[in-house]
Design a protein around this ligand. Structure first.
Ligand SMILES: *Cc1c(COP(=O)(O)O)cnc(C)c1O
Length: 357
């Protein structure tokens, strides 16, 4: 048998989750497929969403080029923009839309002969203080582009500093700043990421930018019910490859972290941190095994991890296990490890991939 560790991607659920974003937000949607669609496979995901999505967003040029090569024809927005004038040729040849977040970029693009087909996307800093122009810069930019290219479409976007569960009122100051900044300008707008689509209807605008929720993950704190019927697209699965009994007092794995307080049946799973399972997962973290849940026992190593099967007699060599997915929500696992679902799904690499259409 070949190594049974694999990532399963359910594209039907991806499309359902997209419909859910549409129901909540309305308007047009940029499906955010940066970082290889949060580890889910950018080309497969973009192709599956192409009949529904008005556009796509990626972080960097190379990701946009990959989507064009795969036949994606919708607008593709580069959220991190360009790094220098040298990027412009490729941006134009591939018909990508670079977000302009600094005045020098506006200056550069205003010197083009013809404006980009998708118009211009400008980024306003509403309080994240990472990328984006302030109000005077934004007004200068809109004025400059409009004078140079009368009638061109200008879209102003902002990204909220709260991506997780949006508690009431927390985004109001950002929204107020945004509204002030575009007051009187005739521009299209793009505000909401998943957190705002799910929890802040005030931020609905011309273009929503759902990312995480397309993959069936809710950015709100784990333990809360997942909103809007989202279902996870990715599961990380494997099978028990070996088992052994150890005596009371013996330990398992590197550093002997797990010490048996009774005779213990240990199961070995061929999945480790090189496959994307977090090394920081604490003892006792649940792993789905058949119909049961079994606790992690011992440190996660690069290629393997070990679980305690003593109380799950049905689980044996060959039993299918789920490291995350429907049985073990990736958000819950991430929370136990002090991180977010975003990071865990982005990191999967080595495991074989099975994508269902
Ligand atoms: C990543 C990203 C998104 C999507 O965010 P989610 O929280 O995954 O929905 C939207 N907008 C920008 C600017 C981003 O960088």
């Amino acid at each position: 048998m070949s190594r049974p560790t694999s990532i399963h991607i359910n594209l039907e659920r991806l499309c359902e989750n997209f419909r859910c974003a549409r129901r909540l937000h309305g308007g047009s949607l940029l499906a955010v497929v940066k970082a290889n669609a949060y580890g889910h496979g950018a080309v497969a995901c973009a192709r599956a969403l192409a009949p529904q999505a008005e556009g796509f967003a990626v972080a960097i040029l190379e990701e946009g080029v990959e989507l064009r090569a795969a036949g994606i024809t919708q607008p593709i927005v580069l959220l991190e923009g360009i790094f220098s004038a040298a990027d412009l040729g490729q941006v134009r040849d591939q018909a990508l839309t670079a977000v302009l977040h600094q005045p020098w970029q506006v200056q550069l693009l205003s010197e083009l002969e013809v404006p980009p087909a998708g118009g211009f996307w400008l980024k306003f800093d509403s309080g994240m203080h990472r990328l984006g122009m302030n109000e005077p810069e934004l007004r200068w930019a809109v004025g400059r582009l409009r004078r140079r290219f009368p009638g061109v479409t200008v879209t102003v976007m902002t990204h909220f500093a709260h991506a997780d569960g949006v508690s009431p009122g927390v985004l109001d100051p950002a929204l107020t700043l945004f509204r002030q900044a575009i007051h009187g300008l005739s521009v299209r707008t793009s505000l909401a990421n998943s957190g705002a689509i799910l929890g802040y209807p005030e931020a609905r605008s011309d273009w929503g930018r759902p990312g995480l929720m397309l993959y069936g993950l809710d950015p709100a704190s784990p333990g809360q019910p997942v909103r809007a019927g989202l279902r996870p697209v990715m599961s990380l699965r494997s099978r028990i490859m070996a088992e052994r009994w150890i005596e009371k007092g013996e330990s398992v794995g590197y550093g002997g972290l797990f010490q048996a307080r009774r005779p213990v049946r240990i199961g070995v799973i061929p999945c480790g941190y090189a496959d994307g399972y977090p090394r920081t997962a604490p003892q006792g973290t649940w792993v789905g095994a058949g119909e049961d849940l079994v606790p992690l026992a011992g440190r996660v190593s690069m290629d393997m991890l070990t679980v305690d099967l003593t109380d799950a007699p049905r689980v044996t060599v060959g039993t299918e296990v789920e490291l995350w997915g429907d049985q073990v929500p990736v958000s819950t696992l991430a929370h136990c490890c002090g991180t977010l679902a975003y990071e865990l799904v982005c990191r999967v690499q080595r495991a074989a991939r099975h994508t269902d259409d």
